[in-house]
Design a protein around this ligand. Structure first.
Ligand code: SF4
Length: 177
């Protein structure tokens, strides 16, 4: 699959994880209080939002702005092989944990991909591809691999790398006035 496509949400291939695994507090972003792993009452039996086009009007602005960056469908199909919480409600918590980790991984991949717009040197390109291969390995993600993923260390390495590219920003010519 195109690496960019992996980072785009595809709700039609997801078990509606964001409508189930997260807790909401009633606020200007969400119309109701909902516990983690409680199914949103607006989710229909086919895993579609029954108020999709009216979410903002009905007080669910938070749902409109949420973006899983493609992690939802990947957790559903790659990590859990299409067997979801509908078949086994006990999986909700595990799927939620996997989604939280994989979404952060996808956020880092998006940051790395945005760095590709710079004229990177060979050494920088090598580090970028190394980091990409850690975040998007050729083998499928599993629950165990996500549980054991060294998030703090990898996040720091990505942050340090992105910071090291600052010279490309300052080197960009500015428009004359
Ligand atoms: S309102 Fe719709 S999009 Fe938001 S959590 Fe509920 S079912 Fe999902």
């Amino acid at each position: 699959m195109d690496p960019q496509e992996k980072l785009k949400p595809d709700c039609t291939s997801c078990a509606a994880l964001c409508c189930v695994v997260f807790a909401f507090d009633k606020s200007e972003s969400f119309g109701i209080d909902k516990d983690a792993c409680e199914v949103c009452p607006n989710l229909d039996a086919t895993d579609r939002c029954s108020i999709f086009d009216k979410r903002e009007d009905l007080g669910f602005r938070g749902c409109v702005s949420y973006d899983c960056h493609g992690a939802g469908q990947r957790v559903t199909n790659e990590v859990f092989k299409g067997i979801g919480w509908r078949q086994d409600p006990a999986l909700k918590e595990q799927m939620g944990s996997a989604l939280s980790v994989l979404r952060r991984i996808h956020e880092m991949l998006l940051l790395l991909d945005s760095a590709k717009t710079f004229p990177l040197h060979d050494r920088e390109l090598l580090e970028l591809e190394t980091l990409r291969s850690i975040l998007d390995p050729e083998t499928a993600w599993t629950e165990k691999a996500l549980e054991e993923f060294p998030m703090l260390a990898t996040n720091k390495r990505v942050s340090d790398f992105l910071r090291s590219l600052q010279h490309h920003v300052t080197a960009r010519p500015t428009a004359r006035t």
